[in-house]
Write a protein that binds this ligand. Structure first.
Ligand code: PHE
Length: 343
């Protein structure tokens, strides 16, 4: 009897170790320990044995039963863990991977060159005590034109045709729309810039786009003159181009400044000798500017007898083009990845 028992034990332990699925383990449990199981059968015959035999076989059977149950439970747990592990590694997702993987190696994106430049300019101006303002891209006629001294039938509106909404609003043609919005919120003295996207209804070519970027600037204080304007513009250009840049002012007309100027810089491509970029003149038109018109100050609730200010409108696209020698403005919004990757 003892031999039979140890045979049962041996085969059961071996089959348990060899079981490949949870089902196999459970079948084995039934086969040995179940109601009609091998070990159970033997325990049923205990009654026919002598007392010594009975206690010996009983003891041994119980030991085997305990040992086998432990082995079966352990094997079952192992197999269950294996199943979960397999499932986990098959269904595991690395959420840090980029989207659709292409055949190209994984590359991190970066800011658009216009944004990079915008942030750079914001840094330069904030270091000079300017605040950064924001304004809506969809504007009212009021802020885009009227308060800037451009009434309805003023010919200056022709220069800045834009996209109109059916209810009479428009996509702002310039960041100057931020000027009066700003003055309504903050009291002088102040220094602000307002970067942003602007729109024009424009036939596009290498130097014209219907969507581009400007940085508006405005400083209002007591006794602000053209000298202050020149100082800040020269400082800005020195910071941007990392060298001393020669400038000149020509008269320019914008209804919201008086006097108004076009600020030119010495051509950085040819150094002033004359080249196709500066059209052989040695100068490149860079930014319009001037002293804020008294009417505009009044629209912003500021007394022009007490305060004066300067304003300028920096074309971001133009500057980025100058810095990198980009010859077509349409690259910026083309979405061409080969263009963008260069920055
Ligand atoms: N807003 C003008 C434009 O877009 C530029 C400008 C700004 C001129 C500020 C003078 C002062 O053409």
């Amino acid at each position: 009897m003892k031999d039979t028992l140890s045979k049962i034990r041996e085969t059961a332990i071996a089959s348990c170790a060899a079981a490949k699925t949870v089902d196999e383990v459970e079948n084995l449990r039934v086969q040995v320990l179940g109601r009609k199981g091998e070990l159970t059968q033997i325990l049923r015959t205990l009654g026919t044995m002598t007392p010594e035999e009975r206690s010996e076989v009983g003891k041994l059977s119980n030991e085997i039963k305990t040992e086998l149950e432990a082995a079966l439970d352990a094997r079952k747990a192992d197999l269950e863990r294996e199943v979960i592990g397999k499932k986990l590694s098959a269904e595991w997702i690395d959420v840090t991977l980029s989207g659709a993987q292409t055949t190209e190696p994984f590359e991190r994106g970066h800011l658009h060159p216009i944004s990079q430049f915008q942030y750079e300019i914001e840094d330069i101006f904030t270091s000079m005590g300017f605040d950064v303002l924001d304004g809506p891209e969809a504007e009212t006629e009021h802020y885009n034109f009227e308060v800037l001294n451009i009434p309805k039938h003023h010919p200056a509106r022709d220069m800045q045709d834009t996209f109109w909404t059916e209810d009479g609003n428009l996509l702002r043609t310039h960041t100057s729309a931020i000027q009066v919005r700003g003055m309504e919120k903050i009291k002088p003295p102040f220094r602000v810039i307002g970067p942003g996207r602007v729109f024009r209804y424009e036939a596009t070519d290498a130097s014209h786009e219907n969507t581009f970027y400007q940085v508006e600037g405005m400083m209002v204080d007591k006794n602000i003159s053209v000298a202050n304007l020149i100082y800040f513009m020269k400082t800005l250009l020195r910071e941007i181009f990392k060298r001393e840049v020669k400038i000149r002012l020509r008269p320019g007309f914008f209804p919201f400044v008086e006097p108004g100027f076009e600020l030119d810089i010495n051509c950085l491509i040819c150094g002033g000798e004359g080249c196709p970029v500066c059209k052989q003149s040695g100068w490149v038109e860079l930014l319009p500017c001037g002293l804020v018109h008294p009417n505009v100050l009044r629209s912003g609730g500021i007394n022009p007898d007490e305060y004066s200010g300067f304003a300028f409108g920096l074309g971001l696209n133009r500057l980025v083009m100058m810095r990198y020698g980009i010859t077509d403005i349409r690259h910026f919004l083309s979405g061409d990845i080969r263009f963008l990757k260069q920055f």
